[in-house]
Structures are given as structure tokens and as C-alpha cells.
Design a binder for this molecule. Structure first.
Ligand code: MEV
Length: 313
């Protein structure tokens, strides 16, 4: 009956959002510094309470957005013969919600780890991915699985839907600046918009999706061979394809312009788009700082700095 916790972290897609849904490869990076943790504490009554920044109260009385989490918790409780247990589920998150940083996947991963730990059950990585898909399917409609794979990964991953994610060789030096537009992105809506474009303009959609797939291979080689400028070009070119797919946002385009004017080697949206975050590359810390200051001055909600370091260092 001792409380049990599980944790996870944010993710950043370097290349391949949206095209990954159509079985093109993608590369994503775990952000261990931006963490989320979940603690399950047993109660003496039979109330199942959720305690979080966005909602506190009986978990089934919460807003519509909790439907995915509730379904996940329901299924796990049945599996562990504890459907009637009373508990507090406390979510402590440093991830902004709906900004392309994988907050729903991070929550799912942390909840699953906490529940398996609480009920003292072994949890394989494969099972974790399968379970997290329960809530992701409800929240995003047609998830590729990349968010969950990265929220539970220690290293940058090469991801193709339906296959096991693999760690990729990473020999790059540089800085990644992440900036939150403050506008709520809607992954489900963006994924549906791309699906619709594939119906109305299959040629355009297919060209963009395949183009993003090719760029993932270029990015993989740039990461393996310390070619920062090439990765920057991949960012710029993938942003053009993402714009054609209709998932950017005027504010993101503006932020990308500011980053480029301040020395970024390349910039793009990250995650579902239609709001959310932008990422860009800087060759050194001074340039990264200049970009962050310029973005802050233009009113972005928050920025993060992630040094990209070779894995042997
Ligand atoms: C969302 O982080 C990434 C998307 O490609 C959706 C998915 O892969 O499930 C937009």
C-alpha cells in the first residue's frame, strides 16, 4: 500500500511528423530535462481522484480531454483486479499541454509505470508501448506511436510505424532551441487535415509525405557525421513540406523567420503543428542565446535550450 511513482519526459520530433503516420521514417529526441511524474497513493474511501495542474477532482467527472487517460486507467485497473480501489493519482508535469512536446504520451507512460509499480507487476517495453496506445488512440485518432516511443526512450530514435524504434548514431555538436508559441496545437485535428488533403489533392500530399521521408534519411546521415549545416537545411526543407500539408500556423512561420534572422541554421515546427512549438538549430551557445532573446522579445511563451552532444562525450 505504499505510494508508487512513474516518470517520463518530453519529446521533440527532429524530422518526420505527419509523414510518420504514413509509414515514412522519422527521428525524435527525448528531452530528459523536461519531466513528468505520476504518483499513485491509496485512499481509505473508494474515490478515484486526479490531481493535476489542469484539473483536480473525481477522474470520471473531469473534462472531455481526460477521456483517453480514464480509458487507460480503467483498463489497467481491471487487469490488476482493482477496479473499485480508491486512490489519488497525482500528475506533476513540466510539459506544456498541446504544444507538440508529447505531453499526452508522457502522461500515459508515467501513469502506466506508476500503476505497474504499485501493483508490483513486471512491465516490458513492448507492453508499455501497447498500453500507451490505448489513450493515444482516443486523443489523437491515428497515432503512429512515435510520441510514446520517445517519451520512454533514453536516446534519439529512428522510428517507423509498426516496427521497434531503434537508437541512432549521433555524432553531432550544436544547440537546439525549442520555442513555444503559446498557441494550443491540435494533433488530432492536424492529422485529420492531412488525411483530408490526401483525398482532395493526393499528388501534393504524397509528394510532401515522400519528401519528408527522404529528408529523414538525409538527417540521419547528418547526425551520424556531425554535419550541422546539413541538418539545418533539412529543417528548412521539411518546414516547406509541412506548410504544403497545411499544418503550420502564421505565428510559427513568424517565429521561424525571427530565428533565421538571428542566425539559426534551420527552423521548423515540431510535433502536430497548427500551433505548439518551433525548433531551430544554432552552431554555438551565443547564437542560441541571441535567438532565444529575440523570440522572447517577440512574445513567445517559453524557450528551452538543448545542447546536442556527440554520444561519446
Ligand atoms: C505528433 O507528435 C506527431 C504526428 O506525426 C502524429 C503521430 O505521429 O502520431 C503529427
Amino acid at each position: 500500500n505504499t505510494p508508487a511513482s512513474g516518470s517520463s519526459h518530453a519529446k521533440i520530433i527532429l524530422i518526420g511528423e505527419h509523414s510518420v503516420v504514413y509509414h515514412q521514417p522519422a527521428i525524435a529526441l527525448p528531452l530528459p530535462a523536461v519531466r513528468e511524474s505520476v504518483t499513485l497513493t491509496l485512499r481509505s474511501d473508494n474515490v478515484q481522484q486526479l490531481i493535476s495542474r489542469y484539473y483536480t477532482g473525481a477522474r470520471h467527472d473531469g473534462p472531455q480531454q481526460l477521456q483517453g487517460i480514464n480509458q487507460l486507467v480503467d483498463e489497467l485497473l481491471v487487469r490488476f483486479n482493482a477496479a473499485d480501489a480508491g486512490f489519488d493519482l497525482t500528475i506533476n508535469s513540466h510539459l506544456p499541454a498541446e504544444r507538440g512536446m508529447g505531453s499526452s504520451a508522457a502522461t500515459a507512460v508515467a501513469i502506466i509505470r506508476a500503476l505497474y509499480r504499485f501493483f508490483d507487476q513486471p512491465l516490458s517495453h513492448e507492453q508499455l508501448l501497447v498500453d500507451a496506445n490505448i489513450s493515444e488512440k482516443i486523443i489523437h485518432g491515428n497515432p503512429s506511436g512515435i510520441d510514446v516511443a520517445t517519451a520512454s526512450a533514453e536516446n534519439p530514435i529512428w522510428f517507423m510505424a509498426g516496427t521497434q524504434p531503434v537508437s541512432i548514431p549521433f555524432h553531432l555538436h550544436g544547440y537546439l532551441v525549442i520555442a513555444d508559441s503559446g498557441i494550443h496545437g491540435q494533433t488530432g485535428k492536424a492529422v485529420r487535415a492531412v488525411a483530408q488533403l490526401r483525398e482532395t489533392d493526393p499528388f501534393l500530399a504524397d509528394q510532401a509525405i515522400k519528401g519528408l521521408g527522404r529528408l529523414a534519411y538525409t538527417a540521419k546521415s547528418a547526425l551520424a557525421n556531425d554535419r550541422l549545416a546539413d541538418l539545418g537545411k533539412v529543417f528548412d526543407q521539411s518546414q516547406v513540406f509541412l506548410q504544403r500539408l497545411g499544418v503550420s500556423h502564421v505565428r510559427l512561420d513568424e517565429m521561424i523567420g525571427i530565428a533565421k534572422q538571428n542566425g539559426a541554421l534551420g527552423a521548423k515546427l515540431t510535433g502536430g503543428g497548427m500551433g505548439g512549438c518551433m525548433i531551430c538549430l544554432a552552431a554555438n551557445e551565443a547564437t542560441a542565446t541571441q535567438i532565444r532573446l529575440a523570440l522572447a522579445k517577440s512574445g513567445v511563451a517559453q524557450t528551452w535550450l538543448q545542447p546536442l552532444k556527440s554520444e561519446e562525450h
